[in-house]
Write a protein that binds this ligand. Structure first.
Ligand code: MN
Length: 446
């Protein structure tokens, strides 16, 4: 049985800035950053990924990012994000090569990539290259001049076998620095995205990893540019991540975008959320431990479970802010920010549904459920196949010290269903709801 915590910690790349550029060698990037992530890749594919690193390393030699570190760190970290998503070899290779064709002009051609790494990789890299020729989609390379225009580097289209290279070398006017692009441009971008998605969905996944790394490392950019990129990420990229079911990416993109696009609202909301979370944290951890104990003492569950993981997290600042915006409520009305994720590992896969339903019954037998909060995404999965049981409970007996938790000892289930609706009306001010998700590890992986 394992208890893990899962709060939204920012990813820290500052070690790159502390390194001397000469120490960021190909060998370092391979053995310290990439190789440890590749344990799920078949060993015969490893040399291909290693070759892609060599090609990218040579192609980006001498280039550096705005933040100062060697440019090669960008494709390497993008590829790490793809490996966290357990993407296939072709996607990883494309992640390493995604900026080579465009940034390195004639040096690396798409045909060469196709010849060495296959048509699949070539198609993805071609997609990334087309993408960055769009007026709005390349934050770290496009040069913004004083008149607020973005110059698309000429020569970028040289290797393009595609028809979408009309924009190469052209200067596209924007509305001005720090403003949104026009709806027409946005519509064109979206049209391109959806076309790319039907053709090859991995183009979008690599693009999302690219955007995520750019957002994580945006601190050194001018404020107006940060804002523009962040707004675009909220409008285009996080909805795409959601559409593809990449919820962790969606959440992180939103969190970072919110921070850069609306720094004041972010600061206010974050402060309010932390003020709520600090006093709740200990109670949520105690609830997780109590739940663990209850499950361990449940005769039915222990017979059929191989393992159990309970994750503790707090809701993301952006999602709380968005909910308030949509409902017109104030931060004072928020109380439900804690989440427990109960992940069951059944000994026999055929029991997985019953185990989830039983666990929910067990939880409701000792903690009062919030009426109307239960959702059954196991019987009715979301369109992207997401499966889980959702409920929200009031962890009674933890905050109200000792009194009134007589049912706490009845660990062996099936005595649930006795919760009257009046429970919800009588909660004490010090009590707060916790959202609980119940699923198996197979459902989690799916
Ligand atoms: Mn890139």
């Amino acid at each position: 049985l394992k208890l893990t915590k899962n709060t939204l910690e920012p990813v820290d790349y500052s070690f790159y800035q502390r390194m001397r550029p000469d120490d960021v060698t190909e060998e370092f990037l391979w053995s310290a950053r990439l190789e440890p992530m590749l344990d799920y890749i078949s060993s015969e594919d490893i040399p291909l990924i290693r070759d892609a690193l060599t090609l990218a390393y040579d192609a980006h030699a001498g280039q550096s990012r705005k933040s100062g570190e060697p440019f090669i760190t960008h494709p390497v970290e993008v590829t790490r994000i793809l490996a966290e998503l357990k993407m296939d070899t072709e996607s990883l290779v494309a992640g390493l090569l995604h900026d080579t064709v465009e940034d390195c002009g004639e040096q690396v051609g798409l045909e060469e990539i196709g010849f060495h790494f296959g048509q699949g990789v070539m198609k993805i890299v071609e997609g990334e290259t087309k993408f960055s020729k769009l007026p709005t989609h390349h934050p770290e390379r496009a040069q913004e001049n004083a008149s607020g225009e973005v110059t698309i580097p000429a020569g970028a289209g040289a290797a393009g076998a595609s028809g979408a290279s009309g924009a190469a070398g052209a200067t596209i006017p924007l509305n001005g620095p720090g403003t949104r692009t026009t709806n027409d441009e946005k519509a064109q971008d979206l049209q391109f995205l959806f076309l790319a998605m039907t053709e090859e969905v991995r183009i979008i996944v690599v693009k999302l990893a690219d955007r995520l790394h750019n957002m994580r490392t945006m601190a050194s950019m001018p404020q107006a540019k940060q804002r523009r990129i962040a707004l675009e990420t909220l409008q285009v990229f996080s909805p795409l991540a959601r559409l593809l079911g990449l919820y962790t990416i969606k959440e992180e993109l939103e969190e970072l975008s919110f921070q850069y696009a609306m720094p004041q609202q972010y600061a206010i909301t974050e402060k309010a959320v932390n003020r709520l979370w600090e006093p709740q944290r200990a109670a949520v951890e105690a609830a997780a431990r109590e739940l663990e104990e209850k499950i361990e003492n449940d005769v039915y569950l222990t017979g059929l479970l191989q393992g159990l993981k309970i994750e503790i997290s707090r809701k993301a600042v952006y999602s709380i802010w968005k909910k308030l915006q949509d409902s017109g409520r104030s931060i004072r009305d928020v109380s439900e920010i804690a989440q427990l994720r109960v992940i069951l590992n059944p000994a026999n896969a055929s029991d997985e549904r019953q185990l989830c339903y039983h666990t929910m019954g067990l939880i409701h037998s000792f903690w009062a459920p919030v009426p109307g909060s239960m959702k059954d995404y196991i019987a009715t999965p979301k369109p992207n196949n997401y499966q889980s049981l959702h409920t929200a409970i009031i962890p009674t007996g933890l905050v109200v010290n000792g009194n009134g938790n007589g049912n706490g000892s009845s660990a062996s289930s099936s005595s649930n269903g006795a919760q009257s609706p009046t429970t919800s009306r009588s909660y004490n001010q010090t009590l707060f709801p916790i959202e609980v998700q119940i699923k198996t590890d197979d459902m989690e992986r799916l």
